[in-house]
Design a binder for this molecule. Structure first.
Ligand SMILES: NC(=O)C1=CN([C@@H]2O[C@H](COP(=O)(O)OP(=O)(O)OC[C@H]3O[C@@H](n4cnc5c(N)ncnc54)[C@H](OP(=O)(O)O)[C@@H]3O)[C@@H](O)[C@H]2O)C=CC1
Ligand SMILES: Nc1nc(=O)c2c([nH]1)NC[C@@H]1CN(c3ccc(C(=O)N[C@@H](CCC(=O)O)C(=O)O)cc3)C=[N+]21
Length: 427
């Protein structure tokens, strides 16, 4: 059995009938021989890839692989499309990987099935791909873009270290013991390590009081700290406003300080920092050459940390922006007019295919855990947008996971570098 790649919590293998399945796949040494009589196996990501009984089998007759040359990346990218589900076997309690992901992306090169007609609708990098009269949105690969950005940041940081002997520092304050927050903080630390940013972490008890403000004050005065992040949400007894106000605006790498938000909202003024998630959404649009100017954009959600700043940023990019929120009547009538939708709601699969104008670009910020007994964690993450439906209508779409999430962390690193450069007058 040979591992081909993974995408959206699924591993893909192929199995030459002559190869005993007990031979473990080696993810790094693969060669695909499309002429061989192999079976493709798509399985949910499991701790042990050998649990074949939990995997769904398809015949390779139902699968084809082709190279996607419209990618903005210089690397060659292949997609695997499964276009014939007749031989697909669904296992009890298993979300069908076929239905969840018609389009799988791998960093491998491959070849095109002669049975299938593939058309790129336009040369733009947001072009949908047509296969046998079905269109599939281009996948906006936030994970890959975030990796590119981390590499760019790492280069800048070594230059900084060489030129002025300074390394950027990020302080993260985590209050309480929410599991998801602890995971995010751990991921942020890992990301800092990967680019050479020093990270300082403070963990405080759920019932702490003035300690948060004391630590903020200490970090405000510490010259080795260039960015301060207070992980949200805070315990309900804490005054979030007072705490976010206490972070000095020059180190507010989250961009949540009211002064920074105010500057973002004003024409002709520049905030010192733009909030990471909305900044990541716009960066994805830029890196995929998706035009914003003059387009109709709809933001779903109006929170201080995502929806509202996303709408402000789109407006600064000369889009005509509407905001949909929980009191909006007939939201689908508004979203259907959008060339670009940014959804930040927190409702799994709320945005259906019928909410989307054909050819629209969809940025899904939502991170929603849904129960999944097959997943090692007992749940999996889905976005606000029903990927299966919307990816057949849109021209481009971000997946969850692997879309906006990794970009948020990349933008945090970028803001920390920006801060260190500004504080040390480095261009
Ligand atoms: N990918 C990433 O990096 C990040 C992802 N997230 C995720 O994004 C999502 C949103 O986060 P956040 O902004 O903090 O959430 P909030 O709960 O603060 O805000 C949600 C917004 O969605 C609106 N809303 C709720 N229900 C509906 C509905 N049925 N129809 C239309 N609008 C609705 C609310 O409207 P109203 O204002 O009227 O209440 C509110 O404005 C979450 O899933 C979160 O986990 C968040 C941060 C970063
Ligand atoms: N002060 C503050 N700043 C924040 O930016 C902030 C915050 N508080 N509180 C919570 C939200 C949420 N958030 C995410 C960051 C990365 C992923 C991310 O990387 N997600 C991965 C999946 C991770 C997984 O598998 O668990 C992905 O989408 O691919 C998700 C969500 C930042 N937030």
């Amino acid at each position: 059995m040979v591992y081909i790649g993974s995408y959206r919590r699924e591993y893909l293998f192929y199995n030459e009938p002559s190869t005993p399945p007990s031979q473990n796949p080696n993810p790094h040494s693969i060669s695909i021989n499309p002429n061989s009589n192999f079976r493709a196996i798509i399985g949910l990501r499991l701790p042990s890839v050998c649990k074949l009984h939990k995997m769904a089998l398809i015949d390779t007759a139902a699968a084809m692989i082709f190279t996607d040359r419209s990618s903005s990346s210089s690397s060659s990218t292949a997609r695997l499309l499964i276009y014939n589900s007749t031989k697909f076997q669904k296992f009890p309690n298993t979300i069908s990987p076929f239905r969840r992901s018609n389009s799988l992306r791998f960093g491998i090169s491959s070849r095109t099935s002669s049975r299938t007609i593939i058309t790129h609708c336009s040369s733009s990098s947001a072009s949908a791909i047509q296969v046998n009269n079905e269109t599939f949105a281009k996948v906006i690969d936030g994970k890959r873009v975030a990796k590119d950005i981390r590499e760019e940041i790492a280069v800048e940081i070594s230059r900084m270290k060489e030129e002025i002997g300074i390394v950027p520092g990020l302080a993260v304050i985590l209050v309480g013991d929410r599991k998801d927050s602890a995971t995010y903080v751990r991921n942020k630390k890992k990301a800092c390590d990967s680019v050479g940013i020093n990270s300082y972490e403070v963990r405080l008890a759920e019932d702490s009081t003035e300690e948060v403000l004391n630590h903020i004050s200490k970090f405000n005065d510490d010259p080795s700290v260039h960015g301060i992040l207070v992980q949200l949400p805070l315990p309900s007894h804490m005054n979030e406003q007072n705490i976010l106000n206490a972070v000095c605006i020059e180190k507010d790498v989250d961009g949540f300080h009211p002064l920074n938000i105010g500057l973002l909202a004003m024409r002709g003024r520049e905030p010192l920092f733009v909030p990471c998630t909305p900044k990541g959404c716009i960066e994805l649009l830029h890196r995929y050459d998706i035009p914003i100017k003059g387009k109709r954009a709809v933001v779903i959600g109006r929170s201080n940390i995502v929806g509202m700043p996303a709408a402000l940023l789109l407006q600064r990019e000369d889009a005509t922006v509407s905001i949909v929120h929980s009191r909006t009547k007939n939201p689908e009538e508004i979203t259907r007019q959008a060339d670009i939708i940014i959804s930040a709601v927190g409702q799994p699969d709320m945005v259906r295919g019928s909410w989307v104008k054909p050819g629209a670009v969809l940025i899904d910020v939502g991170i929603n855990p849904v129960e999944d007994p097959e997943s090692p964690r007992g749940y999996r993450l889905v976005g606000d947008i029903c990927y299966e439906e919307a990816s057949k209508v849109a021209s481009a779409i971000t997946p969850v996971p692997g879309g906006v999430g990794p970009m948020t962390i990349a933008m945090l690193l970028s803001n920390t570098l920006l801060s260190a450069k500004r504080i040390h007058n480095l261009r």
